[in-house]
Design a protein around this ligand. Structure first.
Ligand code: FMN
Length: 387
């Protein structure tokens, strides 16, 4: 077993062990990838204030997100095709999250279905909804999530149409992979992955196949999903979906103060400041740069979470200090999963927790709930002056 000390170690193993088309799918931003890169590099511009001779015993990272107790302010973000990074990936990640005491969010575009995950965990998980232009299918997904006991609906607002990711087109991304000379040559070197996949039946989009008439193989599925995202989605429709669900709702993909105000007016349980990990609007500002303006505008009306670019526990600490109640992580746990399944997701959570906890102590704090902007050194023009 290799010595894992940081998320980058898991990323290297993920690259080695998962088929190239799935590693590339995770490690992509849209078009030039400027926003994808800046999501992480902007965190590096913020520095932490070292404090000394402060009692650092009896520390805690426990808090609440959207009214739920969490062992640390982290949620596993919805990630499509997770079950292609590692066999039964969504189930493995959900189990690791449950054992650690943080919520897991299942994507609409998962390989394991809502029911598959529910059968394998004992605590309620969160379900992420992509709104489809077929209301009957959207309602069916909502009903299935309710029946499976999901506690929170995360509605993603920043993907009504897909930002282009060049690598996916070049690799011919599909689930399961199409067998071409190139993909067979690549799969031949990923024996661990192949063995896992041979041992599971879950190899297509589990929330769709078997739930929509006429979809039997990947070609039917690709044609169906290609034009199913709801181009007409607006705030009225968001309110309607919130009412269909009738429980806790989080709106994901807010990056603008005006949109944050509209979300807060709807009276949802939380919003996630996010640019989808740099996979949608290339040229948008990083999430961490937009966090303070959004917290200043709506922080007293709605709980604010952040994702996009979290790779270390120090990043989490910075987001919390800037006013986020918690963060979602995407790639940080996907690297762990692709590297070594459930154990890898647990490792990713342990790494992030230790980095956050020790750094919090070195900043002079014992309780994550008391961390504030005083621990930060932020460049004066961090948010930028844009005309
Ligand atoms: C491979 C991949 C697939 C994703 N699929 C979804 C998805 O199905 N639904 C969704 O709301 N967000 C999806 N996202 C976005 C994540 O939920 C999250 O916003 C993003 O990963 C955060 O950035 P990070 O990866 O830098 O942590 C995806 C992200 C990645 C990397």
């Amino acid at each position: 077993m290799p010595v894992i000390t940081c998320i980058d170690d898991l990323k290297r193993l993920h690259k080695k062990r998962a088929p190239k088309m799935f590693y590339d799918y995770a490690e992509s931003g849209s078009w030039t990838e400027q926003t994808f890169r800046e999501n992480t590099s902007d965190f590096e511009q913020i520095r932490l204030r070292q404090r000394v001779a402060v009692d650092m015993s009896n520390r805690t990272t426990k808090t609440q997100m959207a009214g739920q107790d969490v062992a640390m302010p982290v949620v596993l973000a919805p990630v499509g095709l997770t079950g292609m990074q590692y066999a039964d990936g969504e189930i493995k990640a959900a189990k690791a999250a449950e054992k650690f005491g943080v919520p897991f969010t299942l994507s609409t575009m998962s390989i394991c279905s809502i029911e598959d995950v529910a059968d394998n965990v004992s605590q309620p998980f969160w379900f992420q909804l992509y709104t489809m232009n077929d209301d009957a299918f959207t309602k069916q997904l909502i009903d299935r999530a309710k029946a499976a006991g999901c506690s929170t609906l995360v509605i993603t607002l920043d993907l009504q149409t897909l930002g282009q990711r060049h690598k996916d087109l070049k690799n011919g991304l599909s689930a399961p992979p199409k067998l071409t000379a190139k993909s067979i040559a690549d799969l031949a070197t990923r024996w661990r992955w192949g063995l896992g996949m041979l041992g599971t039946k879950r190899r297509m989009f589990g929330n769709i196949v078997g739930h929509v008439d006429g979809i039997k193989d990947p070609a039917d599925l690709a044609a169906w999903t290609g034009d199913r995202f709801d181009l007409t989605l607006d705030w009225e429709k968001v309110a309607k979906i919130r009412d269909w669900w009738g429980g806790k709702v989080i709106l994901k993909g807010i990056l603008d103060v005006e949109d944050a105000k509209k979300a807060a007016e709807l009276g949802v349980d939380a919003i996630v400041v996010s640019n989808h990990g740099g996979r949608q609007l290339d040229g948008a500002l990083s999430s961490i740069r937009m966090l303070r303006p959004i917290v200043a505008a709506v922080g007293d009306k709605v709980e604010v979470h952040l994702d996009s670019g979290i790779r270390t526990g120090q990043d989490i600490l910075k987001a919390i200090a800037m006013g986020a109640k918690g963060v979602m992580i995407g790639r940080a746990y996907i690297y762990g999963l692709g590297a070594m399944g459930e154990e890898g997701v647990t490792k990713a959570l342990e790494v992030l927790h230790k980095e956050m906890d020790v750094s919090m102590a070195l900043c002079g704090h014992r309780d994550i709930n008391n961390v504030d902007e005083n621990i930060l050194l932020v460049p004066e023009d961090f948010e930028g002056r844009w005309a």
